[in-house]
Design a protein around this ligand. Structure first.
Ligand SMILES: [Zn+2]
Length: 425
């Protein structure tokens, strides 16, 4: 018994040292690790984690309990064990016939998983493509984080946007069940049922919706059991209207300033999001942040995307200053922040987490919680993912170096476990 276990462990380590290996073991133990997650907030050294049939079945101090003979043992002395990362804002299928073609998307998804991302929230695209990718990710037919996606709703004015046409080919824009124009006369019961029928986890409210219409959509979504997510400002519904309606998370920190439209300098109002100058200061949003805390609203800050845009186009570089300042205010006020990139080509969620620490003042542990538990909360999967807890699914990231010492150590990936299956580059 001992010998065969030794050879099994040897075989396992050989397999894991091959390039891009995937291994599915029924029962295994990871020993010698330091756990970092939202449950403790400080590093918990010298731990053993047991995984039984894809579920975290026990966690204890190394050597304090015996490991069952039938378990394979992965000795990971000195390494760091975190929950798998969650990117709360990606777009994998904006234009499936061009940049998001299947080959490119599969390459991105595979790199995401090997980097430590085990779940993503897709914030609107071609629902048919997303349904197919999501199915293949959950079954393990493709190497990918689990994909949760949205069905988009917006006022008719949005539907001249070329991205909508690219995402809903074959439909008259505004009529696709996953990308719908909504007015006061829309049959909301049917529209919400269609979103659910597409397999979407949430409805994304994008633009040109009034506060009363948002209330009606959320009421119907609650009845049918589907989450409502949204941009933080819907031209005309304001951030506080969305918070009161129960929309969460709200995406994009800079849109928060529309709460104080009357006190926003006039030169900021020229475009929807593209300000020309930061002016003296960002308005005080403390009452909005208090309201968000009372309603447990999550802020999906997406600061990385504003940094990238500002580097491409210097006329919009102030967006990043505004994004940072608002995120700093929200964090200081105690608002729950997730980690979303709104970008999946140039950088992954680790970069958003790094910026949250370096530019928005988050403690490294809070950036880690943003990229794990708070992402799980955004998806309503925090009962099964987001922390290293007994009973949760084994979605795990193992690092060589301590991310609490330097958040860039999130990139020192040793191996990734999704749904109990081990992935190693
Ligand atoms: Zn987006």
């Amino acid at each position: 018994m001992r010998i065969s276990k030794f050879f099994l462990t040897l075989l396992l380590s050989l397999i894991l040292h091959a390039l891009h290996a995937q291994v599915l073991l029924n029962n295994f133990a990871i020993t010698g690790v330091t756990i970092i997650d939202a449950n403790h907030r400080t590093a918990l050294p010298r731990q053993t984690v047991l995984i039984t049939q894809k579920i975290i079945s026990d966690i204890f101090n190394d050597g304090s309990k015996s490991i069952p003979d039938s378990f394979n043992v992965l000795r990971m002395d000195g390494k760091y064990l975190l929950p798998g990362l969650i990117d709360a804002h990606v777009h994998m299928a904006t234009d499936p016939s061009d940049v998001d073609n299947r080959e490119n998307t599969l390459d991105v998804l595979q790199r995401m998983l090997y980097s430590g991302i085990t779940s993503v929230r897709d914030m609107a695209g071609d629902g048919r493509t997303l349904a197919s990718l999501s199915r293949d990710a959950f079954t393990g037919d493709i190497i990918s984080p689990d994909i949760y996606y949205s069905s988009l709703m917006a006022g008719p004015k949005l539907f001249t946007d070329p991205r909508v046409a690219a995402s809903s080919k074959g439909y008259i824009p505004g009529n696709a069940p996953f990308m719908k124009a909504i007015t006061d006369t829309t049959n909301l019961m049917l529209a919400v049922a269609e979103a659910k029928g597409m397999g979407a986890t949430g409805i994304k409210l994008y633009a040109y919706l009034s506060a009363p219409l948002v209330d009606k959509i959320v009421a119907e979504a609650n009845k049918q059991g589907i989450i409502v997510w949204g941009h933080a400002w819907l031209d005309d519904a304001k951030p506080s209207d969305l918070v009161k309606a129960g929309v969460s998370p709200l995406s994009h920190s800079p849109l928060m300033i529309y709460e104080k439209m009357d006190s926003v300098p006039s030169y900021w109002k020229n475009g929807h999001t593209h300000y020309t100058s930061i002016g003296d200061s960002v308005p005080d949003l403390s009452s909005l942040f208090e309201l968000m805390k009372a309603h447990h609203t999550i802020l999906d800050a997406t600061i990385l995307t504003y940094k990238l845009w500002g580097e491409e186009d210097t006329t919009i570089r102030y967006d990043y200053e505004i994004a940072k300042q608002i995120t700093i205010q929200a964090y200081k006020a105690g608002v729950t922040i997730d980690a979303g990139t709104d970008d999946d080509q140039k950088a992954f969620v680790q970069k958003e987490m790094e910026l949250l620490v370096k530019d928005a003042g988050l403690e490294p542990i809070d950036a880690i919680i943003a990229g794990t538990l708070n992402g799980a909360k955004a998806l309503h999967i925090d009962n099964s993912r987001g922390t290293i807890s007994v009973g949760k699914i084994a979605d795990i990231l193992i690092l060589d170096k301590n991310p609490l010492q330097d958040i860039e150590n999130l990139e020192s990936v040793d191996l990734v476990i999704k749904n109990g299956k081990i992935f190693k580059k």
